[in-house]
Design a protein around this ligand. Structure first.
Ligand SMILES: [Zn+2]
Length: 463
C-alpha cells in the first residue's frame, strides 16, 4: 500500500504576485515565484525589476539559529516569466562559497543544467543566473530534485518483483511511512547468504543517493546472470528515504524540528546495542531494524552503507569516510582490520566504476567518529570490524566528468558499479590498490579551492 502525498499547509508558501499598473488591461500578468510544492524552498523573494530577482536561500524550517552551512537547497517555480528577454536571478545567503550550476525544467520531469555562460558570480560571491526562458513557467533548483512522491512512483514501478519485498517498519514523526526494501532470492538457502544494510536521505536535500539506489536496484532486478547470483547469496535491506518529513518540507539537512538525524545515534550508556529513549523516531526505526538483523539468528550484516552527497567544489568526485588506519600508524588490530576492509571496498568500487571518478582515500581516517553519534559509531561500538560500515559522499558538480556536469544517469551508473563491488567484496575479492594518491592531481584538474582539498575526517560533521 503506497501512500499519497498531500501537500501540507505547513509547507513554506511564498508567493510574490506583482501586478502591473492599475487599470492597464493590456499588461501581461506579473511574474510570480512560489514554493508551494513538494520539496520546494526559498526564503525572501525580492523583485528588483520586472526581469530581475533576488532570492534568499532559506534556513531549514526558517530557523535562523541553524548554521550557515545548512543553507544550500532551494527549489522554486516561476510563472509568467519573460520569454522575450533574459531573467536574472541572484542567489543570496548561501552557506557555501562554491560555484555551481543550478538546473531548470519546464515540466518538473526533464531537467537541464544551466550553461556555465549563464551562471556567474557577482562581487559578493553570490551566484547570478541569467537566462531567457522558452516557456513562462519554469522550475529552478539547486540540483535534481527527488521527492517522496518520486520514491513512491519508483516503488510502484518495481513492485511485484519476486525478489523484492516492500515493508513499512515504522513511520516518521509526521506519520509518513519509512519504507524498507528487502531484495533477495527467497528460494536460495539463507544459511549461505550475507546481509547488506543501506540507508539514504538522512539529509533530505542530498538527492544523489536516490539516483544511486535506482541504479543499484535496477541492476539487481535486471534478470542478468550476475544479478541472479548476487540475489542468491545476499539479502539487501535498504531504507531509501530516512528523513521523509524533511524531504517533503524542502529542508536541506534536518527534520521539521531542525534535528540532524546523522548525529543523533545516542548510545545507551548501560548497553551500546541500544540507543537512548529520546532519539528521534526515524532513528529508532532504522536502529531497531539493524539490531534485529544482527540478533535474529540469520546471516550477519557484513556491509552497512550510509549514503550522502557533499556540497564540494565542482571538480571533487565521489568520496568516502573510511575510519582508523594501519597498525603501522598506531591503530589496534581490530581498528586496522576495519580500515583494511574499507580500503578493499573502495578499491573494488574503483575497479568496477573508474579510479578517475573517485577521490583517493585519505592516508588515514582518524578515530574521531568513535566519540560522535554517527550510525557508523553504533556499528563500531557493537560489531567492530565485522561490519564494514562507511559513509559515501556523492557530489553535485562536474564530479570527475569535466568538462560536463554530473547527471542522474551518471549516478545511477555509480549505483550499478556499487552493486557489483558489493558482490566482489562479499566473495572475498581484492582489487589492485589504486595507484593514485591524494597528492596526485594527474588528471589535470585546476581546483578552485585547493585549501579545502582533500575532504577529510575533520569535515565529516559538515556533510
Ligand atoms: Zn549528508
Amino acid at each position: 500500500m503506497l501512500y499519497t502525498i498531500i501537500i501540507r499547509s505547513t509547507l513554506l508558501l511564498l508567493v510574490i504576485s506583482l501586478l502591473t499598473g492599475c487599470g492597464d488591461s493590456s499588461s501581461a500578468p506579473g511574474t510570480t515565484v512560489t514554493t508551494a510544492f513538494e520539496s520546494g524552498s526559498i526564503g525572501t523573494v525580492v523583485k528588483v525589476s520586472a526581469t530581475e530577482w533576488e532570492l534568499t536561500i532559506a534556513d531549514d524550517n526558517n530557523n535562523s539559529s541553524l548554521p550557515a552551512t545548512w543553507r544550500s537547497w532551494w527549489y522554486v517555480r516561476m510563472d509568467n516569466a519573460a520569454t522575450h528577454t533574459p531573467t536574472t536571478v541572484t542567489l543570496k545567503n548561501s552557506g557555501w562559497i562554491y560555484y555551481y550550476l543550478p538546473i531548470y525544467s519546464y515540466d518538473q520531469k526533464t531537467w537541464h543544467r544551466f550553461d556555465e555562460s549563464e551562471v556567474t558570480r557577482n562581487q559578493n560571491n553570490e551566484l547570478v543566473v541569467r537566462k531567457q526562458y522558452a516557456q513562462p513557467t519554469v522550475w529552478i533548483a539547486r540540483f535534481y530534485p527527488y521527492t517522496f512522491s518520486d520514491l513512491e512512483n519508483y516503488l510502484r514501478r518495481i513492485a511485484g518483483s519476486p525478489f523484492l519485498e516492500i515493508q513499512v517498519p515504522g513511520y516518521s514523526q509526521n506519520g509518513r511511512p519509512l519504507y524498507l526494501l528487502k531484495l533477495t532470492d527467497p528460494n536460495s538457502p539463507v544459511a549461505t547468504k550475507k546481509r547488506i544494510f543501506i540507508h539514504a536521505r538522512t539529509h533530505p536535500a542530498e538527492t544523489p543517493p536516490s539516483f544511486l539506489l535506482e541504479g543499484l536496484i535496477g541492476s539487481l532486478l535486471s534478470g542478468s546472470n550476475a544479478a541472479a547470483t548476487l540475489l542468491a547469496h545476499t539479502e539487501f535491506y535498504i531504507f531509501p528515504m530516512h528523513n521523509v518529513d524533511g524531504v517533503i518540507a524542502g529542508n536541506y539537512r534536518s527534520t521539521p524540528k531542525s534535528e540532524n538525524l546523522e548525529v543523533m545515534w545516542y548510545l545507551d550508556a548501560a548497553n551500546p546495542i541500544n540507543l537512548r529513549a529520546d532519539v528521534p523516531q526515524e532513528i529508532s526505526v532504522i536502529h531497531r531494524y539493524a539490531k534485529q538483523l544482527m540478533s535474529d539468528g540469520g546471516p550477519p550484516v557484513v556491509i552497512a552503507l550510509n549514503l550522502h552527497a557533499s556540497n564540494s567544489e565542482p571538480d571533487i568526485r565521489t568520496f568516502f569516510y573510511p575510519h582508523f588506519g594501519t597498525t603501522a600508524q598506531g591503530y589496534t588490530a581490530p581498528q586496522a582490520a576495519l580500515w583494511n576492509s574499507q580500503i578493499r571496498f573502495i578499491d573494488l568500487l574503483a575497479a568496477r566504476y573508474s579510479v578517475d571518478l573517485l577521490e583517493p582515500a585519505p592516508e588515514n581516517g582518524g578515530s574521531g567518529f568513535v566519540n560522535n553519534p554517527f550510525p557508523e559509531s553504533w556499528w563500531w561500538a557493537n560489531f567492530q570490524d565485522t561490519v564494514m560500515a562507511m559513509t559515501i559522499e556523492m557530489t553535485y558538480g562536474r564530479a570527475g566528468f569535466a568538462p560536463r556536469w554530473v547527471t542522474p544517469d551518471d549516478t545511477r551508473q555509480l549505483g550499478t558499479a556499487l552493486l557489483w563491488a558489493i558482490g566482489d567484496y562479499c566473495s572475498g575479492a581484492s582489487a589492485a590498490k589504486t595507484a593514485r594518491t591524494v597528492a596526485d592531481n594527474s588528471t589535470g584538474r585546476q581546483l578552485l579551492y585547493p585549501a579545502w582539498y582533500p575532504p577529510n575526517a575533520a569535515d565529516e560533521l559538515k556533510y
